[in-house]
Design a protein around this ligand. Sequence first.
Ligand code: PNS
Length: 166
Amino acid sequence: MKTAVCPGSFDPITLGHLDIIKRASTLFDKVIVLVVVNPNKHPAFTAAERVEMIKKAVVGIENITVDSYEGLLIDYVRQVGAAAIVKGLRAMSDFEYEFQMALTNKKFLPCAETVFLTTGIQNMYLSSSLVKQVAQFNGDISDFVPTVLYDEIAARLIPKSDKGRE
Ligand code: PNS
């Protein structure tokens, strides 16, 4: 049984993330979507909120589970015995950082492979930071996040004074 870990901040999950997660679930027997907690960051959503949101976005896909972890990604991968780490690549600009991470992870855990999936063309420009930026100025984020999560994400990210204008 081959398990893959799909790690990320997911603050919040976007349609780009969801596309990668769903495609990974067709390639591996089991996929664990992992909210990695970085104590140096100040996320808009708590780790528990991010886990719950991802669970709602992947409901019905039997081989996907969701978890969170504070620590080195590779320690989690080792603990669960995963064969692979799956990451999405949007552009060459992602590559340099991801390549460094993949090589570092390979050094610590040689038996785990990093698998890169190219983003869907429709999601090339998408990121959680973009979602937060657009929402902050009451822009329309409905094409960026899973429909089932739109209300929850908008409620948190769109400034209160703008909500009456929707
Ligand atoms: O781009 P993201 O979504 O913020 O990615 C988060 C993560 C953890 C997948 C990425 O930073 C990574 O691959 N980090 C590897 C180093 C590590 O284990 N960090 C954990 C403590 S922050």
